[in-house]
Design a protein around this ligand. Structure first.
Ligand SMILES: Cc1cc2nc3c(=O)[nH]c(=O)nc-3n(C[C@H](O)[C@H](O)[C@H](O)COP(=O)(O)OP(=O)(O)OC[C@H]3O[C@@H](n4cnc5c(N)ncnc54)[C@H](O)[C@@H]3O)c2cc1C
Length: 276
């Protein structure tokens, strides 16, 4: 390559990597649907975040996790440290933790939607980054490739990009005062879920929102009933035969950015619909 690849990111950390699946005995897991329903009933329709934390703490103890040791080895770090933590090693403890998190992910949306708004905010501030670090697993090969390029000065990682100017080429400026010139810029900065900002990018959704056929949820996605995922119409209220699933309701169907979660939800919706 004539010029290095630059990766501009908000945080310079890398999430945990996918490791071989856990093969040991079944794990203790208590936050299933039954537990959620019982706790919500006991607490007048709301599940306090502290109850969830306590239940997870008990599960971690029962499964003999040493979270501190795991986090010391695999916690948020930069590319070189992340690569070194994984290369040529076995990862039995992380594999077990990833299994536990996979179990938790199955109930994540119900847990999230059982919280009060205040506790949802507390979750986002205090726990979501840690949870995301272990839930979102990067492909080990991709990180190894990046590391190889990085060690040959063919790749760099820079955070806090503040400006991009386009002239004959692109000029990218970062918070640290550095500027970078680039021929090609690929924007992979994530999804836009504010309906006010999508316009031409999604004419169907823009139109449906404009007519009040669909309503937005606090400018962060689409409002649906939970757990049924029925669309809510300004004129007719809840629509019994119109369902909405997918990334646009990820602020309700929390952390649904994976096909498994969507297939499970779609299956649940169709099953319920056929029973009625
Ligand atoms: C880079 C990336 C990597 C990912 N990696 C993984 C992964 O490894 N594992 C995983 O499980 N998930 C992954 N995901 C998430 C997964 O792809 C999404 O959760 C899933 O595709 C969403 O499914 P969907 O059917 O709701 O939407 P989409 O898959 O986006 O399908 C929507 C479809 O509707 C069509 N459409 C839109 N508007 C109209 C219109 N007006 N008329 C007709 N058609 C229209 C679109 O063209 C599109 O085909 C990844 C996502 C991205 C972006």
């Amino acid at each position: 390559m004539t010029h290095p690849i630059g990766i501009f990111t908000v945080v310079p950390y890398f999430n945990s990597l996918r490791v071989p699946p856990y093969q040991g005995p079944p794990l203790e897991y208590s936050l299933n649907n039954k537990w959620i329903k019982e706790e919500v009933q006991k607490n007048k329709g709301i599940l306090p975040l502290d109850f969830i934390i306590e239940a997870i703490t008990q599960d971690l103890k029962a499964n003999e996790f040493n979270l501190e040791a795991i986090h010391k080895q695999y916690g948020q770090d930069k590319l070189d440290k992340t690569y070194q933590a994984y290369a040529d090693k076995e990862h039995p403890e992380l594999s077990k933790l990833q299994k536990y998190i996979a179990l938790l992910s199955g109930n994540l949306a119900d847990l999230y939607m059982s919280l009060s708004k205040k506790d949802q905010l507390r979750y986002h501030l205090d726990y979501a980054p840690l949870f995301r670090h272990y839930q979102v697993r990067l492909a080990p090969d991709a990180v190894a490739n990046m590391y190889q390029l990085w060690s040959q000065d063919q790749l760099f990682v820079e955070h806090e990009l503040i400006e991009i100017d386009k002239g004959d080429s692109f000029v990218l400026k970062s918070q640290s005062g550095q500027t970078y010139e680039a021929d090609v810029v690929i924007n992979a900065s994530g999804f836009e879920f504010n309906p006010e900002l999508i316009d031409d990018a999604n004419p169907l959704l823009t139109n449906l929102l404009d007519k009040g056929f669909l309503l937005d949820k606090d400018k962060r996605g689409i409002l649906v009933t939970w757990p049924e995922c029925r669309a809510i119409n300004q004129r007719y209220g809840k629509l019994d035969t119109c369902f909405f699933v997918g990334p646009w309701i990820s602020n309700t169907h929390y952390a649904n950015n994976n096909v498994k979660a969507l297939v499970e939800k779609a299956h649940e919706i169709v099953t319920q619909y056929m029973m009625n």
